[in-house]
Design a binder for this molecule. Structure first.
Ligand SMILES: Nc1nc2c(ncn2[C@@H]2O[C@H](COP(=O)(O)OP(=O)(O)OP(=O)(O)O)[C@@H](O)[C@H]2O)c(=O)[nH]1
Ligand SMILES: [Mg+2]
Length: 302
């Protein structure tokens, strides 16, 4: 953006909250485009991703972090480190909670880590999923959540229904420092299309294999080529940790993998606005979640 007003505001908003509260859904909704995978199951987001919202008077860079949780695997540890580092470096912390339920241990843990930050960063609490319960229940949970942290900034929202999102954005803009935009106005995210494609394949896996297996799967895009003006060819490998998982992902007669491919292709076609040929294969990479080299390969950088 070459021409922006002198009182333009810009900054980074760390979107934090426990898994499954609706962080990625909110960022997608605010941007009006699906840039991030979402699902009803926790730990959908694996990597930090920026969602860039450019308005007339401000640019808000949302940093969607993997939900903070207790580290079990190396991958888990890395996600937490990344999430905490983002918090201290941001201009605003957007603490998202699920107000349809009372605060849980994880909310408490997060609130505690906020109080231990060395830099004082304004905190905004978004009480999401307010559409799920009657007002009386929501109000009760709301005051319980607000007692967890010291902030005067909060809004009840519904990311899926769109309630109060204008108000949320206005409040965030008020808290942002003045400064020029960081990104061109037409840029929506920092991830490349191929990385988003990998994430959408993971989303299709989550929807098709609901049990344990999905979190043992990493997706690598091997090829991403525009064939002609209207079609893109994508080849990807799904890495699983054990032979038994390979069988589950492929399914009887290859049916499962086929369905994952169909679902993922539709999502990617929507994202790209082009026809997509998608070819997927499955490989075993023993215990990749505890393997430093494999984590690097899949882009979980320090
Ligand atoms: N009813 C209702 N459901 C919501 C709302 N916001 C999100 N959801 C649902 O909650 C689930 C989790 O949403 P995500 O956006 O994937 O959650 P997340 O916080 O990014 O989760 P992780 O990436 O796993 O940390 C999805 O099924 C969403 O459709 C809301 O305002 N109301
Ligand atoms: Mg997410």
């Amino acid at each position: 953006m070459d021409n922006y007003p002198s009182d333009f505001k810009s900054g980074f908003v760390a979107v934090m909250g426990k898994p499954n509260v609706g962080k990625s859904t909110l960022v997608n909704r605010l941007l009006g485009t699906k840039i991030a995978a979402t699902s009803p199951w926790p730990q959908t987001t694996r990597k930090t991703q920026m969602g860039i919202l450019t308005l007339e008077n401000a640019q808000i860079v949302f940093v969607d972090t993997p939900g903070i949780h207790h580290a079990i695997h190396k991958l888990g540890e890395r996600m937490n480190q990344e999430a905490l580092k983002n918090l201290e470096e941001s201009d605003i912390i957007l603490f998202i909670v699920d107000v349809s339920q009372p605060p849980g241990d994880d909310d408490l843990l997060l609130a505690n880590s906020l109080s231990q930050m060395r830099r004082s960063v304004p905190i905004f609490m978004a009480l999401n999923k307010s559409d799920l319960e009657p007002d009386s229940v929501i109000d009760e949970h709301k005051s319980e959540f607000l007692s967890l942290i010291r902030t005067s900034n909060s809004t009840l929202i519904s990311a899926t229904r769109g309630d109060n999102l204008d108000q949320l954005v206005e409040n965030l803009v008020n808290l942002l420092p003045e400064g020029p935009p960081f990104f061109p106005e037409d840029q929506l995210t920092d991830l490349y299309e191929r990385e988003i494609a990998a994430d959408l394949i993971r989303e299709a896996i989550l929807y098709n294999l609901r049990a344990e297996v999905p979190h043992s799967i990493a997706v690598r895009i091997d090829e991403f080529k525009d064939r002609d003006e209207r079609t893109t060819y994508i080849a990807g490998t799904l890495f699983v940790e054990r032979d038994s998982q390979k069988g589950i992902v492929i399914g009887r007669g290859g049916e499962q993998l086929k369905q994952i491919g169909i679902d993922a292709r539709q999502k990617i076609e929507e994202l790209l606005g082009r026809k997509v040929y998608l070819q997927l294969r499955v490989k075993v990479l023993k215990n990749w979640r505890n393997d430093e080299a494999a984590l690097q390969l899949f882009g979980f950088r320090r």
